[in-house]
Design a protein around this ligand. Structure first.
Ligand SMILES: [Mn+2]
Length: 393
């Protein structure tokens, strides 16, 4: 069987207050075309359908219309919630629409069953935090005490799946939205993912041992995690200027059972954005000249301009005249370089004590030092989390 894997649609997101509605619509149209052309029976959306837990109406309409089109084509949709979604809101009506082949796992609840499409098991694991897994484990009479972080949480869910009879019967695909690392090596990240501070939320890829394919969402750059069959599809749209150099794609996955062995093939299909997000660097004069050389549709791109003049005048107005969708302006000149040198000495050492790290973070965010009673609260909470694994709070 064949399916298409994507993730991190972030419907409803804006780029510097500019709506991405028509860009999202353009991408969904391509996705639909690919599903039809490739002869896929299913589409996997590995979390972050929406950009927000309370998505804009325009985003809800886009998703509603898209899943209706998939159902009309007879394509099964296998979607999970991501950290940006509200699991409960994403999954509204999910038991009903499952009858039309639209399967949405918003929250970890009850006994898990695979969705079987053309002889392949799809296990939908919504985005979970350790406390979500502990609550579920208690209800299922599993060892909730073993869950002390994200990794042990996801491990408990995967161990449970592997223990089920259904797991032995067919090839298995896991759909999940987590920060998965390869023996301590982090995937290439960008700043639009809203990961939590530090590295406590990582899940080693070995947690997914035994699955034939792991369809991941969360990290926005398309990439494998230690194996071709464990992958981040990546977001189809560039969602921040840290993603300007990424090549966005969808994954077409084929799974075949031959002589008792499961064979997995995949290919990447590039996404063509309606409007690209790119970085352009130079003096304001150079940038304006470069823009004037571009054709009209290229000038509609989202531009992150890096301005190199030491004392530029009227930058935003001049650039916006040639690039109406100017997304961001930053400066790389004598002044920022001098300030940068100062900042370097200030960089945080990652081996530093978590309490110190939090105090620096608090100071940077609020401009205030933590009061003594606040500092004690933080230290107590950290001690709980780091030594005992915390409780359900
Ligand atoms: Mn995301």
């Amino acid at each position: 069987m064949r399916f298409v894997h994507t993730a991190d649609l972030h419907l409803g997101r804006k780029l510097s207050q500019m709506s991405l509605e028509k860009d999202c619509r353009h991408v969904l149209r391509q996705l639909k075309g690919l599903v039809e052309r490739s002869g896929a029976q299913a589409l996997v959306v590995a979390g972050d359908v929406y950009d927000s837990t309370n998505p804009a109406e325009v985003a809800v309409r886009l998703w509603d219309s898209f899943i209706t089109q998939m159902a009309d084509l007879g394509i099964s949709v296998l979607a999970v919630s991501g950290n940006h979604d509200s699991g409960a809101r994403l999954a509204v009506g999910s038991n009903l629409i499952a009858r039309a082949g639209i399967h949405i796992a918003g929250e970890l609840r009850g006994k898990m069953k695979p969705v079987v499409v053309d002889g392949v098991n799809f296990w939908l694991v919504p985005f979970v935090r350790p406390a979500d897994v502990r609550a579920w484990a208690k209800e299922q009479e599993l060892d909730a005490g073993s869950v002390i972080n994200y990794e042990t949480g996801v491990l408990l869910v995967c161990d449970y799946i592997r223990s089920l009879d259904e797991f032995q019967k067919r090839p298995n695909v896991c759909v999940a939205h987590q920060f998965v690392t390869n023996s301590g090596v982090s995937p290439e990240r960008s700043d639009s993912e809203h990961l939590s501070l530090g590295t406590l939320d990582n899940v080693d890829r070995s947690v997914f041992d035994g699955f034939d394919y792991v369809a991941l969402g969360h990290v926005h750059g398309p990439q494998r995690v230690g194996a071709d069959t464990i992958r981040y599809a990546g977001s189809p749209l560039k969602l921040s200027s840290s993603e300007v150099s990424q090549h966005k794609s969808f994954v077409v996955v084929g799974i075949k059972r031959e002589d008792g062995a499961t064979r997995v093939k995949y290919r990447l299909v590039p996404v063509e954005p309606l409007r690209d997000l790119r970085e352009e660097r130079g003096s304001v004069d150079e940038l304006v000249r470069a823009a004037q050389q571009e054709n009209e549709s290229k000038r509609e791109d989202f531009i992150h301009a890096v301005v190199t003049d030491d004392d530029p005048v009227d930058v935003v107005a001049r650039l916006r005249r040639v690039w109406p969708n100017l997304e961001q302006v930053s400066f790389d000149n004598a002044i920022t370089r001098a300030a940068g040198a100062e900042q370097l000495q200030d960089e945080v050492d990652l081996d530093t004590d978590m309490g110190d790290l939090f105090r620096k973070f608090f100071l940077a965010q609020t401009g205030k030092e933590l009061a003594a009673d606040e500092a004690k609260l933080v230290d107590d909470a950290l001690e709980k989390v780091l030594t005992k694994g915390g409780d359900d709070a």
